[in-house]
Design a binder for this molecule. Structure first.
Ligand SMILES: Nc1nc2c(ncn2[C@@H]2O[C@H](COP(=O)(O)OP(=O)(O)OP(=O)(O)O)[C@@H](O)[C@H]2O)c(=O)[nH]1
Ligand SMILES: [Mg+2]
Length: 170
């Protein structure tokens, strides 16, 4: 399972939260922290893959292209990819790149788990509203999460484990 989403959305932070190990995947307040593909073996069973983010403007074009190429090569070559956890910032709207990622997955008939990050920055009512909006727009269910409060962690772990188990019977 790979974690994808725009730069700074919280992929590496969420991975650390999921496996309960702070500082395992490198986190930064500055977008563009993760610059390579990082594979973390979970329960000697499946890999969580921390991908570099997309959509970060303040890096040289050549660097941006090489990350894009890296992610694209991984996604097209990963014959054993189970699906993607696609992270969206609770406070923002999905970008064309997010939509592209979903189209690509649908074309490959791979499942996507939609996660809304940084829910601690919103009020409960705003979170509910955002979940409804995203679910309506993308026609997929969305899990609100916060690495600060732990919100959504159990639901997401369950969803990932379900997909892993399903894939092993395929
Ligand atoms: N308040 C809050 N901040 C968060 C949460 N998750 C991540 N952050 C912060 O968001 C920033 C970016 O987090 P990262 O995990 O490095 O984001 P990333 O998506 O891996 O970024 P790239 O590697 O650059 O693609 C850091 O400052 C984190 O502390 C959250 O749930 N709540
Ligand atoms: Mg990262």
């Amino acid at each position: 399972m790979a974690l994808a989403g725009r730069s700074n959305v919280g992929k590496s932070s969420l991975l650390n939260k999921l496996v309960g190990q702070k500082g395992l995947a490198k986190v930064s307040g500055t977008p563009g922290k993760t610059r390579s593909l990082n594979f973390f073996l979970v329960n000697e069973n499946f890999y969580l893959v921390d991908l570099p983010g997309y959509g970060y403007a303040r890096v040289p074009k050549a660097v941006k292209e090489s990350w894009g190429e890296l992610v694209e090569q991984y996604l097209t070559g990963a014959s054993r990819l189970i699906g993607l956890v696609l992270l969206l910032d609770s406070r923002r709207d999905p970008t064309p790149e997010d939509a592209q990622m979903l189209e690509w997955l649908a074309a490959r008939e791979l499942p996507a788990l939609i996660v809304l990050t940084k829910a601690d920055k919103l009020k409960r009512s705003q979170i509910n509203q955002k979940v409804q909006q995203v679910e309506r727009d993308l026609q997929l269910s969305a899990i609100p999460t916060s690495v600060k409060s732990g919100m959504g962690k159990n639901d997401l772990v369950r969803a990932i484990v379900d997909l892993v188990e399903e894939s092993s019977t395929r």
